[in-house]
Ligand binder design. Structure first.
Ligand SMILES: Cc1ncc(COP(=O)(O)O)c(C=O)c1O
Length: 399
């Protein structure tokens, strides 16, 4: 491994460290509750599966697909933006289908940055927002993701004014994985103003646009007039439609950035299976009741989990969006850091969560819970957490 320059820059994916411990705990016969990965546990809606079943029989789709995605899907994406956000997207030049958004984000990083470029990335963040640029050889500078959007904007402006060299690109993701933070459109208006003033490209990840609760609506950065001059936005069908395994997403907006990604992808891949892309059209354009149900389900899980944690004595901030809870490590454990705490929780309560450090140094006081266990299992996990907190309070933890 030692000679592989890029691999040396990639620490073992933190989730795999937790995988090993989970295997160990499961080997003892314990029932382990897995709130680790944001991997939706429910099935894709039947009409989407049916669209795939039919498309699979179309032998013309058995050939290589165009690497930027089939035109009917790009047209459906263009209509989706118009319907949802009243944003006009040229299906030829302003959108590209990706093999899930992770692929698109990583290859965009590779397409538009390299050695000598600096990129500004919030901390904490979804790992590919950072490591995509590490792989591309760019220098990543972090900006702490302050909880209050106005404070974050002030800090962003200060950073852009004082940073030398200036960043080539700014990454954002609202609603945020892992912190669940949300913003409104005026936030993006200011971001675009600042980015234009300092000549910075903006990459916004809108993965959780539809998983929003309590009447909150997540804006698209492309709703800001003139945003397409400098910004692109990624989206994924993984979460909205329970299609994580299908690998389909898209990136839309600025045509120079989209063009660069298209060029890069034309050398690297042939895109998602054509039949999956046809099914993606059925997802975007078909009935959306399943989306409403998915959203309700996460909201209900959020409520059950938050109430149970509060009853166990764990302070919780109730998120307005996403499929996550971002929890401060309870006081008695704050010194140990998030990895040790997550390991302790797995060993003692058989509850797996993601340590905040896996999302950046600023995440180390936190853990992330993905709401991917059903209610009966959540309730059993909560009982274990309650007992864990009681044992901690009475000084009788086993490890
Ligand atoms: C913010 C964010 N972006 C992108 C992704 C990747 O999604 P996809 O399945 O489209 O690759 C995730 C997955 O958890 C995510 O949380």
């Amino acid at each position: 491994m030692n000679d592989f320059i890029r691999i040396k820059r990639l620490p073992p994916y933190l989730f795999s460290v937790m995988d090993d411990l989970q295997q160990e705990v499961m080997a003892t016969g314990a029932e382990v509750f897995d709130f680790g990965l944001g991997n939706p546990d429910q099935a894709t809606a039947p009409h989407i599966v049916e669209a795939l079943r039919e498309a699979v029989l179309d032998t013309s789709l058995h050939r290589y697909a165009p690497s930027k995605g089939i035109l009917p899907l790009r047209e459906a994406i263009s209509r989706w933006y118009d319907r949802r956000y009243q944003v006009q997207i040229d299906p030829e030049k302003e959108t590209i289908v990706t093999i899930g958004s992770k692929e698109g984000l990583a290859h965009l990083a590779l397409a538009v940055t390299g050695a000598g470029d600096t990129v500004l990335v919030p901390d904490p963040c979804y790992p590919v927002h950072h490591f995509g640029f590490v792989i591309a050889d760019a220098t990543v500078k972090h900006i702490p993701l302050l909880p209050n959007p106005d404070d974050f904007l002030v800090s962003l402006e200060k950073t852009l004014r004082t940073m030398n060299p200036k960043p080539k690109l700014l990454v954002l993701n609202f609603p945020t994985n892992p912190t669940t933070q949300c913003v409104d459109l005026p936030f993006f208006v200011r971001v675009i103003e600042l980015a234009k003033e300092f000549g910075v490209w903006v990459l916004h990840d809108l993965a959780y646009a539809e998983l929003v609760f309590d009447d909150y609506k997540a804006p698209s950065i492309l709703q800001v007039p003139g945003a397409k001059d400098i910004a692109v936005e990624s989206y994924t069908l993984s979460k909205t439609y329970n299609m994580a395994g299908w690998r389909v997403g898209f990136l839309s907006g600025n045509r120079t950035l989209i063009g660069a990604l298209a060029r890069m992808k034309s050398y690297l891949d042939y895109g998602s299976f054509g039949a999956v892309q046809v099914a993606a059209i059925a997802a975007l354009e078909g009935p959306q009741d399943a989306v409403v149900e998915i959203c309700k389900m996460y909201q209900h899980r959020r409520d059950v989990m938050c109430a149970g944690l509060q009853a166990a004595g764990w302070e919780v901030e109730i998120p307005k969006a996403s499929m996550f809870l971002w929890l401060k490590i309870p006081k008695p454990f704050q010194q140990m850091g998030s990895l040790k705490f997550a390991q302790l929780l797995l060993r003692e309560a058989h509850v797996r969560v993601s340590p905040g450090i896996g999302f950046g140094e600023c995440g180390d006081g936190y853990i992330r819970i993905s709401l991917v266990e059903d209610e009966p299992r959540m309730l059993r996990a909560l009982e274990n957490i309650k007992q864990f907190m009681q044992r901690a309070a009475s000084g009788t933890l086993r490890s």
